[in-house]
Design a protein around this ligand. Structure first.
Ligand SMILES: Nc1ncnc2c1ncn2[C@@H]1O[C@H](COP(=O)(O)OP(=O)(O)O)[C@@H](O)[C@H]1O
Ligand SMILES: O=c1ccn([C@@H]2O[C@H](COP(=O)(O)O)[C@@H](O)[C@H]2O)c(=O)[nH]1
Length: 352
């Protein structure tokens, strides 16, 4: 079964090693690159299961620029410029292959997938797509608190919904030349590292049911790429990131605000393990960055956003009860929306 967390785990080359870090195993590859490779694999497994190529069908799921792969991007950079802004493969989550197998009837939806690069596992809601407000969920929390893992767990349980994950990482500001020269001194955990205006615009457009092209960020070059991932025709959007509860403009768009609250020793040990195993870092480099930037920014900017959360999840993905309750709430919100829509349609028909 496909596992989205694996994406994140396999992103070791996507980070530029900081000072004192070991060189990357393969400097040609970086965060995005790994992602797209996996996405391509996922895409081919979908097409092999889709009605067009086999008897089974269209699918589920979630797209996230965080998991995009610059290999694909690099290949595409040589292609027609007009195609650059076209959507790339969606992120397929852990539960997705199962969902792919389950969702075999909706050929129409599959076309939508190709159109919007969001894979669907539920019949689109006909003509009201543009009018539709989607459910917006925000998942914040410190580094390695388990945000991505919680996202996965939620998506896995939302079998019949179209879910997209948008990562705050996508809205990192491109680094200035002098910052690039001395990247070990750059604070990726400070609010100023993000383009909030852009992020807010994206969230606002998506919330209103409009298609939006989410930017992609290259963790190797610390620049924003020209490639985007188009998001459209979704039921639920999850906006995930260390500071995703930081901006009031963004918070105001959110229907459910979640803070993943994992003890800092656990987070540090996970970050050390993850960054060494998956992001090509040295112990010294991880600890240096953590002490200089990650911890101070957590204390000053990230932790204070906990007060904005509707739900705080202690212990992250280990907290199955909290995740189940959140998913129940999401389902009931989606049902409310559907009921409202049916009501509105009935009224239109009565008036006709
Ligand atoms: N509940 C858990 N138990 C053990 N390891 C976990 C758990 N949740 C996450 N991890 C691991 O910790 C690391 C960070 O988790 P992740 O979900 O990517 O956090 P975040 O998205 O907040 O940075 C990953 O290597 C992941 O496998
Ligand atoms: O170029 C970059 C961008 C970000 N980081 C670090 O990533 C974490 C946030 O990601 P999580 O998955 O939530 O841990 C943040 O703490 C930054 O320090 C980076 O090292 N390089």
């Amino acid at each position: 079964m496909y596992n989205a967390l694996k994406f994140k785990r396999q992103q070791k080359q996507q980070y530029q090693p900081l000072e004192n870090d070991q060189p990357l195993d393969n400097p040609e590859e970086h965060r995005g690159a790994i992602c797209l490779k996996i996405l391509e694999k996922a895409k081919s497994s979908i097409s092999s299961l889709s009605p067009k190529s086999s008897s089974s069908s269209s699918s589920s799921v979630s797209t996230s620029p965080k998991f995009k792969n610059n290999n694909n991007i690099n290949n595409n950079q040589d292609k027609d410029k007009d195609n650059r802004d076209r959507d790339k493969s969606p992120l397929i989550n852990r539960g997705q292959q199962q969902q792919i197998q389950n969702a075999s009837k909706f050929k129409e939806e599959e076309e939508e997938v190709e159109d919007s690069n969001v894979i669907l596992n539920r019949q689109p809601q006909s003509t009201d797509r543009k009018m539709k407000e989607m459910l917006m969920i925000c998942i914040a929390g410190g580094t390695a608190s388990g945000k991505t893992t919680v996202c996965e767990e939620i998506i896995k349980r939302l079998e019949n919904q179209r879910v997209a994950v948008i990562c705050l990482d996508s809205f990192y500001r491109p680094l200035a030349h002098e910052d690039l020269e001395n990247v070990a001194s750059y604070n990726f955990d400070h609010p100023d590292a993000f383009d909030w205006e852009y992020a807010q615009k994206a969230i606002k457009e998506l919330k209103s049911g409009n298609k939006f092209h989410i930017p992609t960020y290259c963790f190797k070059t610390h620049t924003r790429l020209q490639e985007t991932v188009a998001i459209n025709g979704i039921d639920v959007i999850i906006f995930e990131g260390i500071l995703s509860l930081y901006s009031q403009g963004i918070r105001d768009q959110m229907d459910i605000k979640i803070f993943v609250d994992t003890d800092s020793d656990t987070r540090l040990s996970r970050r050390v393990m993850r960054d060494i195993a998956e992001r090509g870092r040295s112990l010294e480099g991880v600890l240096h960055q953590y002490e200089k930037f990650v911890k101070p920014s957590f204390d000053e900017y990230i932790l204070p956003t906990k007060k904005y959360a509707d739900v705080i999840i202690p212990r992250g993905a280990d907290n199955v009860v909290a995740i189940d309750l959140i998913v129940q709430h999401i389902r009931s919100k989606l049902n409310e929306q559907d009921a409202k829509k049916l009501n509105a349609n009935d009224k239109v028909m009565e008036n006709d």
